[in-house]
Design a protein around this ligand. Structure first.
Ligand code: NDP
Length: 445
C-alpha cells in the first residue's frame, strides 16, 4: 500500500473534506505494515473499497417552527461498511454537521464497532439542525420530517442509528415514534431508546463508564493507581457526566469541567450533588459551567478557556473533534498530565497525538476509549431481538468485559519494543484485520 498515493487520490476526489481525510490518514499510516503482510488485501483492493462509503443518502428536512415559519435543514445518512454486521452509528444534530464530519465519524465507527467484538458495521448520520433553544414540539416536528426520509434506509438488521451530539433520549423518542407510525414495526431500529419501550439499562452512562474502564486499564497496565488522581474533562453532555461519575467512584478527583464558554475549577472535587446540579441545568437547556461557579463556593470559572490548563494527571476530552491541540498537549504535560483518554471522537489533533506519544504519555484514541457506547447499543439490539431485558449489573459486567477485551487487543497489536503502548496503532490494526478478512471472505461486492 502506498499511503501517500491513496491519500492524494482521495484528496482529489473529495476536496475540502478535511476531517474525513484526517481520519483516513491516521488509520492508513498505522495499518500499513500488517496490510503489506497479506498480498490478498492489495489484490482485492481492500483499502480502496474500505475508505469509500457503501452509500450516502442526502435529503432535505423541511419543518415548521412555533411561529408557523417554514424552516429547512439538510439530513444525511452515511452507510460506510457492513462486512461484519448491520450499519451502526449515531446521528449528530449540530449546526457544524457536514459530509466530511459524518464521513470521518462513519469511517472511525467501522473500526470501533469491530473492536467491540459484536457484529456491527459502521455508519453515521445527522443534520445541521440545532436542537439548542428549540421547543420540544419544534424538535418533534424536525425529527418526524427527518425520519420520513431516513426510514428508506434503516431497519433492525440493516442500519441501526443511535444518538450523538445533539441527539439524546428526547430525539430518539420522536424519531422512533415516527418510524413506528410509518412502518408499524416496534423493533430495535434505533438504540438509546427509553427504558419502557426497548431501551437498555446503562446505555445513557455507557460511553462515559466504558471510557473510564478503559483508562483504568491503561493506568493499571502502567502500574499507576487511579486513586486521588486529578481529572480534567471537557464538555458536559451525554458522555461526560458518566465519565465524571465513574472516575469519582474509582477514587479519582474530577477538578475541572468545561462548556463551550469556559471551564470551572473546583479543588474540592466535582461529584455527587454537584454532578446532579449540572444534570438538572442540562435537562432544562441552561448554561452549565458558569452557574456552577456561582452556586458552589470555592469553584472558579475561567471564561473562554479550555480545561487543559488545569493541573491534572488525567485528561478526558468529551466534547467534540480536534478539541485538544498541540499547544494544549504541551501545557497538559508540563502540568504533570500522565494520561489522555479520548472519549470524544478524534478529540485530539494529529499534532497533539504526536507530542503525547513522543513524551510516552499514556494516550488512547476515541475509537477504543469510547467504544462502550456502541457496545451497549449492540447489547440493546440483542435484547430487542430476543425480546428480553438484562439487569443493570448484567449490562455493566458485559460492558466492562468488552472494554477489557478492547484493551487487551490494543496491547497485543500496539506494544512497541520498549514496552510503550501505541494505542492508536493497536486499535486500528485490531479493528482493521477483522473487517478486512470479512471483506475477503465475502468477495468483491
Ligand atoms: P453532547 O452534545 O451531549 O455533549 C457535548 C458537550 O460538549 C455539550 O455540553 C456541549 O455544550 C459541549 N461542548 C461543545 N463544544 C465544546 C467545546 N468546544 N468546549 C467544551 N465543551 C463543548 O454530545 P455527546 O456527549 O453525545 O458527544 C460528545 C463526544 O462524544 C462527541 O465527539 C461524540 O461523537 C462522542 N461520542 C458520543 C457517544 C454517545 O454515546 N453519545 C458515543 C461515542 C462517542 P453545548 O451543548 O452548550 O454546545
Amino acid at each position: 500500500m502506498n499511503v501517500e498515493k491513496i491519500l492524494t487520490h482521495l484528496e482529489k476526489k473529495h476536496p475540502g473534506e478535511v476531517e474525513y481525510l484526517q481520519a483516513v490518514r491516521e488509520v492508513l499510516e498505522t495499518i500499513e505494515e500488517v496490510y503489506n503482510e497479506n498480498p490478498k488485501y492489495e489484490e482485492y483492493k481492500i483499502i480502496e473499497r474500505l475508505v469509500e462509503p457503501d452509500r450516502i443518502l442526502t435529503f432535505k428536512v423541511p419543518w415548521i417552527d412555533d411561529q408557523g415559519n417554514t424552516q429547512l435543514n439538510l439530513g444525511y445518512r452515511v452507510e460506510f461498511n457492513n462486512a461484519i454486521g448491520p450499519y451502526k452509528g449515531g446521528l449528530r444534530f449540530h449546526p457544524s454537521v457536514n459530509l466530511s464530519i459524518l464521513k470521518f465519524l462513519g469511517f472511525e465507527q467501522i473500526f470501533k464497532n469491530s473492536l467491540t467484538s459484536l457484529p456491527m458495521g459502521g455508519g453515521k448520520g445527522g443534520s445541521d439542525f440545532d436542537p439548542k433553544g428549540k421547543s420540544d414540539k419544534e424538535v418533534m416536528r424536525f425529527c418526524q420530517s427527518f425520519m420520513t426520509e431516513l426510514v428508506r434506509l434503516i431497519g433492525p438488521d440493516t442500519d441501526v442509528p443511535a444518538g450523538d451530539i445533539g441527539v439524546g433520549g428526547r430525539e430518539i423518542g420522536y424519531l422512533f415514534g415516527y418510524y413506528k407510525k410509518l412502518t408499524r414495526h416496534h423493533d430495535g431500529v434505533l438504540t438509546g431508546k427509553g427504558l419502557n419501550w426497548g431501551g437498555s439499562l446503562i446505555r445513557p452512562e455507557a460511553t462515559g463508564f466504558g471510557g473510564v474502564y478503559f483508562v483504568h486499564h491503561m493506568l493499571e497496565n502502567a502500574k499507576i493507581d487511579i486513586k486521588c488522581k486529578r481529572v480534567a474533562i471537557s464538555g458536559f453532555g451525554n458522555v461526560a457526566w458518566g465519565a465524571a461519575l465513574k472516575m469519582t467512584e474509582l477514587g479519582a478527583k474530577v477538578v475541572a469541567i468545561s462548556g463551550p464558554d469556559g471551564y470551572i475549577l473546583d479543588e474540592a472535587g466535582i461529584s455527587g450533588e454537584k454532578i446532579n446540579y449540572m444534570l438538572d441545568l442540562r435537562a432544562s437547556n441552561q448554561d452549565i459551567v458558569a452557574p456552577y461557579a456561582q452556586k458552589f463556593a470555592g469553584a472558579k470559572f475561567f471564561a473562554g478557556k479550555k480545561p487543559w490548563e488545569a493541573k491534572c494527571e488525567i485528561a478526558l476530552p468529551c466534547a467534540t473533534q480536534n478539541e485538544l491541540n498541540g499547544d494544549d498537549a504541551k501545557l497538559l504535560v508540563s502540568n504533570g498530565c500522565i494520561c489522555v483518554g479520548e472519549i470524544s471522537n478524534m478529540g485530539c489533533t494529529p499534532e497533539a497525538i504526536e507530542f503525547l506519544q513522543s513524551k510516552k504519555i499514556l494516550y488512547a484514541p476515541g475509537k477504543a476509549v469510547n467504544a462502550g457506547g456502541v457496545a451497549v447499543s449492540g447489547l440493546e439490539m440483542t435484547q430487542n431481538s430476543a425480546h428480553l431485558n438484562w439487569s443493570a449489573e448484567e449490562v455493566d459486567k458485559k460492558l466492562f468485559d468488552i472494554m477489557t477485551n478492547i484493551h487487551v487487543a490494543c496491547i497485543k497489536y500496539g506494544t512497541g519494543k520498549d514496552g510503550y503502548v501505541n494505542y492508536v496503532k493497536g486499535a486500528n490494526i485490531a479493528g482493521f484485520l477483522k473487517v478486512a478478512d470479512a471483506m475477503l471472505d465475502q468477495g468483491i461486492i
